[in-house]
Write a protein that binds this ligand. Structure first.
Ligand SMILES: Cc1cc2nc3c(=O)[nH]c(=O)nc-3n(C[C@H](O)[C@H](O)[C@H](O)COP(=O)(O)O)c2cc1C
Length: 354
């Protein structure tokens, strides 16, 4: 059943469909060893772009065919969208450190109106599930943004909404939503309310907390379908030769290889101690520092069902295609599937002793 009714301003829906796949289009062949199910969304591969690292629809466009990305991705996650346009933080916004990338982009984007007018029609041609990453300054704004996207997504391009709770909550003096489980719950509830039932909600958690399972539980109480973790770790770099901060915003978020053990541990924590995650009811997308297929497996074994890849893609445009190939080879050599490996580390003696 194809319930899409493209309007005149948008190109015809050309995505592959499976006739009896239910209310939402199915993009994956479930029998393929690296296909996974992320709650209500079936993905051809467990590989997602990490929000903010491949633009909205523009920046990835030229590269995606050249680098075989289109065939390697399970879903495309957009850069963060806000209700109003945002000009972003002062420059410099990005600096390389020895172990990773420090950024303080400040959620620069053209706002939701431009997004639905210019970006959604382009994203429709991707032949991939599209997950829109959203940010807001208050619970009410999260709700209004979700409602706006639903009102304007007439061709039903959007398969998922990723709620970025790392952004500052103006009503709480600029502290990130993600540090307070009650506020996370309210933000998630506000986003979920106007959404079409077939849309997957992911709550993207900040690692800048003492116990990641607390905001994770808040998100589940608010009605999220899945969790994604981690966003960047707060960091700073100082140029000792000039005596100045590198970033215009002084501090920023660290991404890349240095944060992978933090991300793996947080996925492990949630899978281990939250029954909904352990039972597969609330799947986890593991993000942070992934650059090889072994990194992906590490997240999967810790409890992730799918993964997001960001900084590595700045360094190696073939990273998605290479990782897909590595995972396929691994599954074939070991007569296994990615789904079988989800959380498998928790069954080992190793884990029971700890
Ligand atoms: C330049 C840049 C921009 C980002 N923008 C966003 C964003 O808009 N929304 C969001 O939720 N995360 C954003 N992130 C965080 C990434 O999605 C990801 O969680 C983080 O970079 C860790 O993954 P990585 O080590 O693979 O890059 C951004 C990261 C970078 C490096």
């Amino acid at each position: 059943m194809n319930k899409h009714t493209p309007n005149a301003a948008q190109p015809q829906d050309c995505r592959p469909r499976i006739a009896d796949s239910g209310p939402r289009a199915c993009y994956a062949n479930a029998s393929h060893p690296i296909a996974v199910k992320l709650n209500k969304l079936s993905l051809a591969t467990p590989l997602l772009t990490a929000s903010g690292t491949s633009g909205t629809s523009d920046e990835i466009n030229e590269l995606r065919n050249a680098a075989g990305i289109a065939g390697a991705l399970g879903a495309f996650v957009t850069k963060g969208v806000t209700l109003e346009p945002r000009s972003g933080n002062r420059e410099l916004r990005v600096v390389e450190t020895r172990t990773g990338l420090l950024n303080s982009i400040g959620l620069q984007n053209s706002g939701a109106a431009v997004f639905v007018k210019d970006e959604l029609p382009r994203l429709l041609t991707y032949n991939l599930p599209i997950i829109v990453n959203i940010s807001a300054g208050s619970v009410e704004e999260f709700g209004a943004l979700s409602e706006f996207l639903m009102e304007h997504d007439r061709s039903e391009v959007i398969s998922g909404i990723e709620i970025n709770v790392s952004c500052p909550n103006i009503c709480a003096g600029g502290v990130a939503f993600g540090v307070d489980p009650r506020t996370v719950e309210k933000a998630v509830r506000a986003v979920c309310k106007p959404l079409r039932r077939d849309i997957l909600t992911l709550t993207k958690l900040t690692p800048n907390v003492t116990d990641i399972t607390e905001p994770a539980k808040g998100a589940i109480a608010g009605g999220t379908d899945a969790l994604s973790m981690i966003n960047t770790l707060r960091g700073m770099a100082i140029n000792v030769h000039t005596g100045r901060y590198y970033l215009g915003n002084k501090s920023g978020g660290l991404s890349g290889p240095a944060i992978k053990p933090v991300g793996v541990n947080m996925v492990h924590e949630c899978y281990r101690s939250i029954p909904e995650c352990r039972r597969g009811k609330i799947p986890i997308v593991g993000i942070g520092g992934i650059s090889t297929w072994e990194d992906v497996l590490e997240y999967i074994m810790a409890g992730a069902t799918a993964v997001g890849i960001g900084t590595a893609w700045f360094v190696n445009i073939d990273v998605f295609a290479e990782i897909k190939k590595g995972l396929e080879t691994y599954c074939k050599a070991n007569s296994t599937t990615i789904s079988e490996k989800v959380g498998c580390i928790h069954d080992t003696e190793n884990d029971i002793r700890s």
